[in-house]
Write a protein of this length. Sequence first.
Length: 570
Amino acid sequence: MIARLIDVAGGDFRRPLFKLIAGLVVEGILTGTGFAVLVPFLNALLTGQSEAAASYWLMLLGVFALYATVRWKTQFAGYMNSVALARALFGQLGAHIARLPLGWFSDARAGELGVLTSQGVVEIMTVPAHLLRPILSALVTPLIVLCFMLIIDWRLALSIALVVPFAAIASIWTSALVRRSDARVHAASVEAANRVVEFAHAQPVLRAFGRVNAENSDLDAALVETRDAARAQMMTVARGLVAFTLIVQAGLTILLIAGVNRVLGGAIDAPELAAFLVLGLRFAEPLVAAADMQGALRICDETLIRMQTLLDTPVLEDPSEPAEPGHHAVILDNVHFAYDTEPVLRGVSLTVPDKGFVALVGNSGAGKTTVLRLIARFFDPTQGTLQIGGVDLRKIGGARLMQDIAIVFQDVYLFDGTIADNLRLARPDASETALKTALEMAQLGPTLQRLPDGMNTQVGEGGIALSGGERQRVSIARALLKDAPLVLLDEATASLDALDEHRLRSALETMTRDRTVVAVAHRLSTIMAADKIAFLEAGRVVEEGSHAELLAKGGRYAAFWALNTAQGAD
């Protein structure tokens, strides 16, 4: 576990952790030595050897003074290591999460990340502060005590040492049970976290239909499963602890029987047996304390494994020297892509000329949004190449690529802050005049006038204080403010009514003028504005050309157009 902890926390944590471990080993040695000195002290005291007892008493004081000094230092170091460990974990996890492909993130992973970076980090923090001491004490102190017992009477020492292999078997058995139960607890915690977020986001819909109590059955079930899983895990740990404790108690019983037999046989006297029984108790006590902590230690180890799995998730590698695209034409050449094992794109080839406007059209699930995500490098293609300006995306690098791209997605997310804060994500140094201009172009002028603080109004988490159309217009204003040469639109006007869309056309025309534009479109007005239309079906471009050319061809696009025209989509 120590090696895994260092791997997850980073190499900088190695030195302070090893210093703490060294201190705890010394502490365990001093504890065992103190217990061992008790034997001659008690023997001298019970047999009336006052001078020898006084000498051993001074030795005990010396060992205790050293132990107290080391204990104070290790106690302080343990807490300091916990704080340093939390900082290291947040740093390692945060840095890696920031480099993961944008497409890796999903609603399903939100709960998992939340549990891992909150509850998981807190669990791991207990290792240096609370768990290392009993575990190392269970290894070092009994070993020192057993060595002294072997010197005094090896037969009695072996009688209690017999419990060690059986205790080890009980420990391994308990670890396997805890590992299985921890998988259930973790899955239940993640599911509960996801359901809580879902329940919070769904409040407007649930309340609108008066279904608050009826529609939270999934959340109730998730919370019940979390309780049941935690209870089952506690019972598992309890069974292992009882088994371990019974084995240790059996060892003490064997020691007592063997000791009485040795006294009756005249091999040792009663004071020596009393001292030996004290050592036996000191031998057993750290083992029982460690068994009590074993469940928590195994849970921490499982959490570390999950953190390591996250850190092992491949990232999108950026070049050390990002290449500069000469222009902003986009070329997809035989591009394949799959989410996990589910193929989405099956050999897409498409050329978007520099400052050209290409609309991606097709039925749901055809792969249109996936094409946009690949252009924005949410993922890398599993096969084929994708170029911007004649340069492979992997040679441009994520940070450099994002400088040249403005994205307006159908699902808009606004951060908990002001409207101005959300706009400045595009241009942190933008002036208030530039912000107001972008908002006016996005037809948000009337909205700002009715808001109490204008563009300094708090939008709430996810932009909940604004309507869907207003959030979409803020997103468009953000893209306008960025003024990037490559624009990706994923149903940019999907949340707008016909009047708002009509008002926004001038802003969209401004945003797409003299820029390379790739748009996923269902609105007929957006489709007709494109220079070229690519019709996707089952992950392939099956038709390509202008609106007039594709209508004249009478193929899949013509049927799509006829259906949408008949339904009055525009």
